[in-house]
Design a protein around this ligand. Structure first.
Ligand SMILES: [Zn+2]
Length: 355
């Protein structure tokens, strides 16, 4: 199993957890990756029949504690990836549940029309080892046609929109004296937990929307298995396939040397002093955010979240980098700018279901 669409790791959880725990009831020991890989093949959580009851509900009601088969599946995925966390189902307290429902209700109606067919539900755990996670559900013919979203209730509980975005966007850079990077995705009056959850959810819904849509290659295939980039028009605007090396590149790599050192969440590879040049390079690409430049699936999820948030919902999105207190670089959402025009056109067609 490939790394799922998104696993946004809260760093403070990673360093405190013990390694390779065995969990009673799991079919694999804590360090047995081969067992986990086998157990994940045709796992119940990835079969459409498992979700029949959820799919009979209106999409806004497909939320709740993660069912046992889903908890087992994400535990196996953590074993496979060597992550130490062993998630368990979470029941939301009334305040957090109200914020999740509010975040969902406030999204434009056309978004729910787009994802309703593809989303088996939004399910909550604690100890995910990340904020959000999306993966495929396969139909009876073995095609990925739907997806589930898993969110970590404990990670969401203390968040606020701007602090969360600022934390995330700093993770590729080692701290450096005198440098500060701030992200602003909400005005002061809206800088709350509900809107943090909404932005996190929008990114995951972007992954759900990509399922079966030929937007980018499926994330359960290796790059060497992709025979035609042209089949995926959104992907083709930014990405290249190196089948011999079995990896994706970007069309901008010759002028964007920092891209391959951009690693979110897992340990910074860039220095704080690289912030200014990294964002200068980013402006000569069609990636709407730095995270979008890390992988094809996250390019689309970031583009979708940013487009819905900024264009459809008229919210702010800005990165500001300061050195010794003085602004030295900034990045705004690219919608309306020539550099993102082709992606914007595809997103507009997608929202109108004309992709
Ligand atoms: Zn993602």
């Amino acid at each position: 199993m490939k790394l799922a669409g998104c696993l946004a790791v809260a760093a403070m959880l990673v360093v405190q957890m013990p390694l390779a725990q065995d969990v009673p009831g799991l079919p694999c020991a804590g360090a047995d990756k081969e067992c986990a890989q086998q157990a994940m093949k045709s796992h119940a959580a990835t079969r459409i029949a498992t979700w029949a009851a959820a799919l009979s509900l209106p999409v806004a009601e497909r939320i709740g504690p993660a069912p046992p088969q889903l908890v087992e599946y994400i535990n196996l995925d953590n074993i496979l990836n060597g992550y130490p966390e062993r998630p368990r189902a979470a029941t939301l307290d009334a305040g957090l549940l109200a914020d999740v429902r509010g975040a969902m209700t406030d999204l434009p109606a056309e978004i729910w029309k787009l994802v309703g067919d593809r989303l088996v539900g939004v399910y909550f755990v604690e100890g995910l080892g990340g904020t959000g996670y999306t993966d495929y559900v396969f139909d009876a013919q073995g095609r990925p046609t739907r997806g589930f979203v898993v969110l970590d209730a404990a990670v969401l509980a203390p968040q606020r929109a701007n602090a969360w975005a600022t934390w995330k966007e700093n993770t590729p850079f080692a701290p450096g004296a005198g440098y500060r990077l701030e992200a602003r995705i909400e005005a002061d009056g809206n800088d709350n937990r509900r809107n943090a959850i909404q932005y996190i959810l929008l990114h995951e819904l972007g992954h759900v929307l990509s399922i079966g849509a030929d937007i980018h290659p499926p994330w359960n295939l290796a790059p060497k298995e992709i025979d035609s980039a042209a089949r995926y028009p959104f992907f083709d605007l930014s990405w290249t396939v190196d089948r011999a090396a079995d990896k994706y590149g970007s069309r901008f790599d010759a002028h964007f040397p920092q891209r391959t050192s951009t690693v979110y969440y897992f340990g910074a590879k860039l220095a704080a002093a690289d912030m200014e040049a990294t964002y200068a390079s980013l402006k000569s690409t069609n990636f709407p955010s730095l995270y979008a430049a890390t992988a094809p699936a996250d390019d689309f999820a970031e583009s979708f979240a940013s487009y819905v948030h900024v264009v459809l919902m008229r919210r702010p999105w800005q990165i500001t980098i300061r050195h010794q207190g003085k602004p030295v670089a900034s990045l705004r959402a690219c919608w309306g700018e020539p550099r993102c025009a082709e992606k914007q056109e595809l997103l507009e067609r997608l929202v109108k279901r004309a992709y």
